[in-house]
Ligand binder design. Structure first.
Ligand code: ZN
Length: 237
């Protein structure tokens, strides 16, 4: 467990520790869990939440199998954007709009359906929805549609911290490898609900001029102003 910003903790787990769950301490006590990682992370996530004063709610950045894995077993209400509710509450580990045939490396293409089923915790009952501007533990909800229709991130102006789920990748999902340090990319089109909007959302994130971007996979990205790196990512692919 790593403290990545004031009151923000990162639990990394599963495949090469590439799956991220964030815990945000609330002023009045207790924590909010942002993103739910994979099923295998459940025991650790529960221990972390208990150690931080108890879990108030789980907020899903989006409903992909590797982001909802622990959610059904955390014993707390689960919230997400309205655009993710239907798929979050479905049992399938594969989103209807994915096109895995676009992944260039055949063995990676073949292994994903197996991995996704293993990562998934299954259908999640959604207790409430969140929209742009809502407050979550001192952060504001920002809607970043594209990779998923109801993808949301959390933004805290005072220290320019953005927790963004899969708005950007710090990993190469087409090759199951980390990206070179400091590099980010728009998630691969194979996973996109709308790739053009996904790029637009990376530009929206860039315009916030964050100093820390905590994505859904791999190490958070840090810098005095991450705008140029994010803008460069939005121009690729
Ligand atoms: Zn992901």
């Amino acid at each position: 467990m790593e403290r990545v910003a004031d009151g923000v903790w990162l639990l990394r787990g599963d495949l090469r520790k590439s799956m991220n769950i964030y815990f945000i301490e609330q002023e009045g006590g207790g924590v909010v869990q942002f993103d739910a990682g994979t099923k295998a992370m459940t025991k650790k996530a529960r221990a972390v939440a208990d150690g931080l004063g108890g879990l108030e709610r789980v907020v899903l950045g989006h409903a992909d199998a590797d982001h909802r894995g622990t959610a059904p077993s955390m014993g707390a209400p689960v919230h997400c954007h309205a655009g993710e509710v239907a798929d979050a509450e479905k049992d399938t580990s594969i989103r209807p709009y994915w096109d895995l045939s676009q992944l260039p490396v055949a063995p990676v293409r073949w292994i994903y359906p197996f991995l996704l089923r293993r990562w998934d915790g299954g259908a999640v009952k959604i207790a409430g929805t969140l929209a742009e501007g809502d407050e979550v533990a001192g952060f504001r909800v920002v809607h970043f549609p594209g990779h998923a229709p109801g993808l949301i991130g959390l933004w805290r102006e005072r220290d320019r911290v953005a927790l963004v789920s899969d708005v950007v990748y710090c990993v190469d999902s087409a090759r199951l490898k980390p990206l070179p340090e400091g590099e980010v990319s728009v998630p691969h089109p194979a996973w996109a609900w709308d790739h053009a909007q996904a790029k637009q959302s990376v530009r929206k994130l860039a315009a916030l001029e964050p100093k820390l971007v905590g994505a859904g996979h791999a190490e958070p990205l840090r810098g005095e102003n991450l705008r140029p790196a994010l803008e460069a990512a939005a121009e690729k692919h």
